[in-house]
Design a protein around this ligand. Structure first.
Ligand code: SAJ
Length: 412
């Protein structure tokens, strides 16, 4: 079976490699010449556990090749980004999907199956189908024709956790949403080649909403924890103690407060629901706003500590969007640290074991990247922003003479 994967990022590349390992001949397509060249050398441009070895193996075996142009195939998997606008309206931008669809349309033939994996607002798979219908009037499209359509179209989102992608791609259950039941059956047969989790068949619109709901659910629950932490700060309570006790209830499971929500999924996807139903999606919108507000709350409290201790050096521990990864995208930790560096310059020191140099946000600030031992030596204030294992392991006596603001509750 020949498969083509359009978009070789955090989802597309691991998916291509896993499909190739399962015996498909995979053509990976990306708009970046650098990405294409890197993969064709058997190397990877993203960090993910065990991905480098797997890509090297399937490229060496001739099962995965990368290119800039889409060629003929049997199955097309589209895994391109879906950002949103930053004009305050959070409008989802599906233009990368529609551009990918135009390229695929040019090589489609009878019997092919097209699968969208990108996180998408409800109705996007049908819009993709409409691009095919417009470009290829010679092919009968599912949902638009009488009788058996010439191609199958489905929406099949992933739900993998960064750091566990290769494992979760295989073992997680998956929603398989066909434009018609026949489309779903075609997509199901494809995923059965490499997915060991259960593949649950549904329609495309339900599958689109399911993906958004999963991440909105997590965002709402984190917002609940973050709201509690701000209430606790006001009332002089230890939020971690309260959550620990509340979670003793057999039906209560409060998540962990932090400096806000980062990454490119949970802080983005809920807006797609809000955009689609602005009058109804009140809790979901409020959760997004609460999680963003938590970042400003932490920043304001850190500034109070800095002002109260004018000679103190401030050590910011962590920039990543969550523990034990090197991904700084949409990271509240990075935004807080960069803001402090802009205000307090060389008083601010950064510890981030997953960074080789400070990101551009720190340009011209005088902040320095140091290691944890230097921070424990030099800094008077420790602002813990990420619960990396190396920070968790610092014993109480090594920080007993410090002013500590622990936004993750790992030292309390
Ligand atoms: N966070 C907290 N408190 C918590 C849990 C998380 O503050 O109790 C913060 C993290 O620090 C981080 C953010 O939330 O800044 C998101 O981290 P995460 O581990 O919850 O999720 P992601 O973004 O790495 O991956 C999510 C996952 N979705 C769900 O758990 C519902 C993953 O399964 C999805 O595949 C992924 O989004 C995606 O690609 O959509």
């Amino acid at each position: 079976l020949n498969a083509s994967v359009i978009g070789l990022g955090y989802i597309g590349l691991p998916t291509s490699a896993v499909m190739a390992r399962a015996g498909c001949k995979v053509q990976g397509v990306d708009v970046s010449q650098n990405v294409v060249d890197t993969i064709n050398r058997g190397e990877v441009h993203i960090e993910e556990v065990d991905l480098d070895g797997l890509v090297q193996a399937v490229v060496n075996d001739g099962l995965l090749t990368a290119s800039l142009e889409v060629e003929e195939s049997d199955v097309f998997v589209i895994a391109v980004p879906t950002p949103f606008s930053h004009d305050g309206k959070h409008t989802p931008d599906i233009s990368y999907i529609l551009q990918a669809a135009e390229k695929v349309a040019g090589v489609l033939k009878k019997g092919d199956c097209v699968i969208l994996e990108s996180t998408s607002p409800v109705g996007t798979t049908e819009k993709m189908r409409d691009v095919f219908a417009e470009k290829r009037p010679d092919l009968a499209m599912p949902g638009l024709c009488e009788g058996t359509p010439d191609i199958s179209i489905a929406y099949c989102p992933e739900r993998v956790l960064p750091g566990r992608i290769l494992e979760e791609l295989i073992h997680n259950d998956r929603s398989i949403g066909g434009i018609t039941p026949r489309c779903a059956r075609k997509a199901l047969a494809f995923y059965k080649r490499f997915v060991k989790g259960e593949c649950v068949v549904t329609d495309a619109r339900s599958a689109e909403m399911t993906k958004l709901v999963e991440n909105a659910f997590r965002d709402v629950n984190i917002a609940f924890a973050n709201e509690l932490s701000m209430i606790a700060d006001k009332q002089g309570l230890d939020v971690w103690e309260v959550i620990r006790l509340a979670n003793r209830h057999p039906r209560v499971n409060v998540l962990q407060p932090g400096p806000g929500v980062g990454g490119h999924c949970i802080a983005v996807d809920p807006w797609f629901i809000v955009h689609g139903a602005p009058d109804e999606a009140n809790i979901i919108r409020q959760a997004r706003e609460t999680n963003d507000a938590k970042m400003h709350h932490v920043l304001a409290r850190a500034k109070v500590l800095a002002e109260e201790n004018p000679d103190a050096k401030i050590g910011c521990l962590g920039l990543a969007f969550k523990a034990n990864i090197d991904d700084f995208r949409e990271s509240p930790a990075l935004e807080i640290a960069a803001n402090l560096a802009r205000d307090y310059n060389e008083r601010v020191q950064i510890v981030e074991p997953y960074a080789h140099e400070l990101p551009d946000e720190f340009a011209g600030t005088g902040a320095q990247l140091i290691d944890i031992d230097e921070a424990l030596e030099d800094c008077d204030i420790l602002l813990l922003l990420v619960d990396h294992d190396v920070f968790k392991a610092i014993p109480a006596e090594e920080r007993s003479d410090k002013i500590v603001y622990d936004t993750r509750g790992v030292w309390s």
